[in-house]
Structure formats: C-alpha cells, structure tokens
Design a protein around this ligand. Structure first.
Ligand SMILES: *Cc1c(COP(=O)(O)O)cnc(C)c1O
Length: 355
C-alpha cells in the first residue's frame, strides 16, 4: 500500500484539550501528513512529520492564483474506544473532482486513505472523548512552484492536518437565522462552485458580514443569473420539507456535492419518505410558507450534520419555520446520522470505516 511512508516523531508534544469547549479550527495535533508532487516524478515522499510552519517561496503559485483544494471530515471516538470515519472514501473522491477543476494532478485515493489511517493511529489520543466532540480532518493541496506565470503549477504539496473540535451545538440544537443574499453570487454554472477551493469561500465573506450585521447566522445563496433558484448555505447544502415531501436543489454544477446531503437522500429513500432533487425558487418556499405547507428547513454538512433553519430573511420579509424549533424529521435524521457516526446505531449502510 505505502510508498514507504516515513515517520519523523515530534518530541515536543502539546497538551490536549481538557474539556469539550474546544473552539473550531485553532488547536492542531502534534503531527501532520505531507507528500510532494513534481511534474515527471508524480506524488512522492509521503511522510508523517511534526506539525510546524511551512517554508514556501514568496512566488509559490498558491499565493498568486489560488490553485488549491481542500476537504473536511471527522474522526469520532465511540463509547467502546474505537475510532470511526464517516464515508472517508467520498472525501478523497471529491478532492480529486475538485483538483480536476483546478488543474491539479489527482492523488491515488486508496493510497492516501492508507496514509490518513496511519496518521490517525499516530494521533489517536487526540480524538477527544467528550460528548459531541470529534477530530476534524483537513486534507488539502497547494501549488508550490515559484513562478508568476498564469498557468498550472508543476509542483504541489498535499497535506493532512488534524484539529480537535467541540460540539457544534452546545446545550441542544439551535435553529439558525438565514439571510437570503440578493446582490452577491457564490458560483455560477461552469464556474468552480462544485469544487472545494479557497476562492469560493473568501468571495462570500462580504455577504456573510452583511448577514451577521443584521442578526443572521448565515447566508442562503441563490443562482447567479436569475437570483431565484436556491443553491446552498455558506458551507451547507439545504433541504425543505413542503407538504410531506422533502426537496433539495438538484446539483447544477455550481452547488457543492455534500456527502451529508448524499447520505440524507439515501436515508430518506430507505425510510420511504418522498424526496426530490430539483430546481426550487425562493418564491416557492415563501409561497409554501404562506400556504402553511412549509414544515421544515435544514442545512446539511460535516460540521453540524443537520442545522435546522428557524428563520429566513429575504426581500424585507421574514418567515419563521416551526416556531423556530427543530422539526421531527430534522431531529430524526440528526439522531440517525450522528448515531451511525459515533457507533451508537447499527451501521446498516456500511458507511463507517474503523481506523
Ligand atoms: C463542504 C461543503 C458542504 C457540505 O459538504 P459535506 O460533505 O456534507 O460536509 C456544502 N457546501 C459547501 C459550500 C461546502 O464547502
């Protein structure tokens, strides 16, 4: 499996979090995984090394033209102390899809899965055991060739860093308030919306800031052309339950193909709950609300799994769903998926992978 993975041990181990109050994305483990790419040589020198700053040439292409992709998944500690990943092969498959869009050479998905497992074995004590916590896994690739030419880099570094994270919801699930963005666009068909790549996120900060200044937690993006068709939330896909039927926007090329989204579609099918992937406008959602048919709305993603939407703000009109409480379907989906992820519910889908 391995192209002789080397291991350089970190002799200055850090202190691990002692409570479940771990802020997202600011604590990193003792080691990271790295592997380099060079044209003609391919991916080489896989290694687990101490977590430390990188040295890069100021002309490294990542800094100038944003040639980079990333992934996000979690490792969960079960009550009987096993470590589980949730559909991790889907993350490496999607990483390669993102890379393809950004003209980055593909990685060998099986080989990299092996390296991730090795890294997690080294860092297993960093997977926290407090209720609701997990170890966030961030694989990413950056273009490292020093060259200001506007063309794909001939060199890359692939890395995996690990970060213990606290529960997304502390003290019960809180439905969120969402602003429907009318001016800015996240992505258009033919653009990079389906790729997990840096520019898609920094270009959303202005809309995010505007939303939070007006008391919203997040942004709902509409299509870039007609500003009618619903796409997704900041880093979540979106679902609506209207008159007994679940609807989520069809993947149009500008929407990120969420692994949580795919899993929820599979669970709903298994439960024989009608679910469709289709185009849906914001007017339709507001009309369903007026007609008393908008039963639930929720975002889906690795971070929260299910994040119920309590309020939408659009075009000066506010709608409150389900009295700003979590709906029964959202709760059942949340319990099912998190139960499987944490090894508390039987994994009839074969989704979890033990490290
Ligand atoms: C990562 C991400 C999602 C959710 O994907 P999951 O695989 O479910 O975590 C949705 N939208 C965007 C823009 C994302 O970056």
């Amino acid at each position: 499996m391995n192209k002789s993975l080397t291991f350089i041990e970190n002799n200055h181990k850090k202190e691990k979090p002692k409570t479940k109050e771990i802020p997202f994305g600011r604590t990193f483990t003792d080691h990271m995984f790295l592997m380099d790419y060079e044209e003609g040589k391919g991916w080489h020198e896989p290694r687990i090394a101490p977590y430390e700053p990188l040295t890069l040439d100021p002309a490294a292409m990542i800094f100038h033209y944003g040639q980079t992709v990333f992934e996000g998944l979690k490792a969960y500690r079960t009550d009987d102390d096993r470590i589980l990943l949730f559909r991790p092969e889907k993350n490496f498959e999607r990483l390669n899809q993102s890379s393809d869009r950004l003209s980055i050479p593909p990685i060998d998905e099986d080989e990299v899965m092996g390296y991730l497992k090795e890294l997690l074995k080294v860092e297993k004590d960093w997977v926290p055991s407090f209720e609701g916590t997990s170890l966030y896994i961030r694989p990413f690739i950056i273009a490292t060739e020093p060259n200001l030419a506007v063309s794909p880099s001939k060199r890359y570094t692939f890395m995996i860093i690990l970060s213990p994270v606290g529960p997304y919801f502390s003290g019960g699930i809180h439905p969120v308030t969402i602003n429907v963005e009318e001016k800015f666009t996240r992505a258009v068909k033919g653009g990079t919306g389906m790729a997990k790549t840096a520019g898609n996120y920094s270009s959303g900060y202005q809309a995010q800031a505007k939303a939070s200044q007006t008391g919203n937690n997040d942004v709902l993006w509409l299509d870039g052309i007609e500003k009618r068709y619903i796409e997704e939330v900041g880093s979540m896909n979106i679902f609506f339950k209207i008159d007994g039927e679940v609807v989520t926007p069809a993947l149009s090329g500008s929407i990120l193909r969420g692994i949580t989204r795919t899993s929820i579609l599979e669970v709903l099918n298994e439960w024989d709950i009608p679910v469709t992937e289709r185009r849906i406008t914001i007017e339709e959602v507001y009309q369903a609300y007026e007609d008393g048919k908008l039963e639930e709305a929720f975002g889906t993603g690795t971070a929260a799994v299910i994040s119920p939407v309590g309020t939408f703000n659009w075009n000066g009109k506010q709608i409150v769903i389900n009295n700003h409480d979590i709906g029964p379907l959202s709760q059942k989906l949340y319990d099912t998926i998190t139960g499987i992820q944490r090894g508390r519910k039987e994994d009839t889908y074969n989704w979890t992978v033990e490290v």
